[in-house]
Design a protein around this ligand. Structure first.
Ligand SMILES: [Zn+2]
Ligand SMILES: [Zn+2]
Length: 424
């Protein structure tokens, strides 16, 4: 019986993995330039971490999280996102005691039991940054600037992207705003979708990001959170806008932007593509000034964002970026062709020497004819074929063939590394 991959969990094959490697390398370099250092947290965490951190009632935890007991009955979860994990590690290892701002980034697989579709998988990949330890709106501005910088490095034009921005205030502002929303939506109650009728009671903020057209239409004139900010939150937001102006980063105010996770406070933002249609966000983030405390640490503010790699790859895949993957080793550049069995040992020895000199090289192990092997050499993108015949080897030479021109030369074995390095 054939065993297939689990639904929504995808294999990334070698040709496509090249693009992934390129994108990952660009992201790692971009965030490092901004002073962020990598943190690798486990894929499996205690389920309660996300229930407390992300929010019990959110779709992510309530509907989409993979939860299972281990052999001792402890409830575990495959991480549906990484901010809660990073903050847990921040507290657990006392990173707050080091003072200053902890600037951390991550990149890896996340898991959500959603309906699989284009650009959305059950195992998907996110990269993200977390800057923990400052309330300064300049840090929000830096994080947003970094988001732009990553896109620029990947060659996505500024005109094709836009920044959605909002401030949802602090927990002190929330009850007044929630009340205003309830008052506004109550007369429309009957027309709201069943989910939103429930949200009206539990958390009317979530009605704002409902995707049902009627709900969206009703929500169009809903009260805006920025009109319900306390003085400090207002000053913070104005500070951020001033810094974004200084950085010449354009934004579009979006009062509907509330993001589907409970931990956000004050700044929320999304960087979106104009070419993507309804699901257009390439990354999203904001402040989470209460999260460290909720997870058992000292009161510590933080800000960050997360972006999906699948969607980014989808956008980049539609353009040809292969020329930008040139520095990634895509396959052998040199292909060895021992003419008979007797030459195999010498071929292995030469291969080992070329490889240790950093020349990507390979040979055939499938026992095919010389003609077939030569075809294989061309197919894998090699630039040179090296023929190892009894006669050449008796003179300590090999015959090289430039596969693009057909030009052939005899080269002493001892000079091969220099010869090839000059040419590929
Ligand atoms: Zn406030
Ligand atoms: Zn709705």
């Amino acid at each position: 019986m054939k065993v297939e991959a689990v639904r929504g969990m995808t294999d990334i094959l070698p040709e496509e993995a090249l693009l992934w490697q390129y994108v990952e390398a660009e992201i790692r370099e971009a965030v490092a330039i901004y002073g962020y250092r990598e943190i690798r947290t486990p894929i499996v965490e205690r389920a309660e971490l996300f229930a407390r951190g992300v929010g019990e009632a959110t779709d992510i935890v309530h509907k989409e999280m993979y939860v299972f007991p281990d052999k001792k009955g402890q409830m575990l979860a495959l991480r549906p996102e990484a901010t809660a994990s990073v903050v847990r590690a921040y507290i657990e290892h006392g990173l707050h005691a080091r003072g200053g701002v902890a600037k951390l980034y991550y990149l890896g697989p996340m898991f959500r039991y959603e309906k699989p579709q284009k650009g959305r998988k059950r195992q998907f990949h996110q990269y993200g940054v977390e800057a923990i330890g400052s309330l300064d709106p300049a840090l929000d501005a830096e994080v947003i600037d970094l988001a732009w910088y990553i896109m620029e490095r990947l060659g996505l034009r500024r005109e094709g992207l836009f920044l959605r921005l909002n401030s949802i205030g602090c927990p002190e502002d929330r009850p007044r705003y929630r009340e205003a929303l309830r008052e506004y939506f109550l007369p429309h109650r009957e027309r709201l979708c069943p989910d939103c009728q429930r949200r009206l009671v539990e958390n009317p903020l979530r009605i704002l990001d409902c995707k049902v057209p009627t709900c969206q239409e009703i929500a169009r004139d809903a009260p805006r959170s920025i009109d319900y900010l306390c003085e400090e939150c207002r000053a913070h937001f104005e500070g951020l806008l001033q810094y974004l102006d200084a950085l010449e980063l354009a934004y579009e105010m979006d009062p509907k932007l509330v993001r589907g996770l409970d931990y956000y406070t004050r700044t929320v933002f999304e960087l979106a593509s104009r070419d993507l249609g309804a699901q257009d966000a390439l990354l999203g983030g904001g402040r989470y000034d209460g999260l460290v405390e909720v997870l058992g640490g000292p009161p510590t503010p933080g800000v960050g964002f997360a972006g999906g790699l699948e969607r980014l790859i989808l956008v980049l895949g539609e353009r040809d970026v292969s020329h930008r993957c040139y520095h990634i080793i895509a396959g052998p550049r040199v292909y060895l062709l021992p003419v008979g069995k007797a030459e195999v040992a010498e071929a292995l020895r030469i291969l080992a020497t070329l490889r240790r000199a950093g020349i990507p090289s390979d040979m055939d192990y499938a026992g095919r004819s010389l003609r077939k092997r030569l075809q294989a050499a061309a197919r894998c993108g090699a630039r040179y074929a090296l023929f190892l015949g009894e006669e050449e080897l008796s003179r300590s030479e090999v015959k090289t063939r430039d596969l693009s021109t057909g030009e052939e030369e005899y080269v002493p074995v001892g000079e091969l590394v220099d010869y090839l390095k000059r040419r590929i």
